[in-house]
Design a protein around this ligand. Sequence first.
Ligand SMILES: *Cc1c(COP(=O)(O)O)cnc(C)c1O
Length: 227
Amino acid sequence: MSLGDNYHRVLESIAAACAKSGRAAGDVHLIAVSKTHPVAAVDAIAALGQVDFAENRIAELADKKQSAAAKGIRWHLIGQLQTNKVKLLDADVLLHSLDRISLAEKLDQRFAALGQKVQALIQVNCSREPNKSGVALADFDALVDRLASAKNIEIKGLMTMAENSTDEKTIRSAFAELRELSHKLAARQIFTGYTGMLSMGMSGDFEYAIAEGATHVRIGSAIFGSR
Ligand SMILES: *Cc1c(COP(=O)(O)O)cnc(C)c1O
């Protein structure tokens, strides 16, 4: 199987999952997760029309962002960001992993100093696994309250990772919980730029995520192969 075949198969599966849950195919956006794979693979997939790419390490993202030959790529950071690496984040990268107040404060300071705004999603630990990243549900409101006054961060939506499980009910309940949390947050009208973006679903569970309302799925191995 070539990268192109993998890519088109993933697009077809996304379209099929949309159809199955009565959603328009254009409702769900694919983010191609290129972590650990060479920039040549990014260029190859970008040449097929793919715009959104994600990395989980900021240094690797910065490298690929610089060296990709393809134009017009939209980069996403989906892994944990240490506060001492905030300076490596550009304002045109969407951060999916805003998960704590200390990071919110560093980001707000940094982008205030630059006179820019950074766009971010709040990552929530919906699966409640102790060593999973994402803000704990119990701490979500406190993080939202702090972000409400962060003038240089624009919150667009929420992100989660489901439990690494084969049980459909377990996986879907995490995704459903994120969707409900997002509805409640949108109703509170705290963030003016909030679009209800829901980043959820990976190679193994994106069909369930689409059934539960994902707007963006983050798919790596099904496109680029195993890592
Ligand atoms: C690696 C990664 C993905 C993609 O995982 P695959 O199983 O390879 O599709 C999605 N989201 C996050 C946060 C990741 O770290």
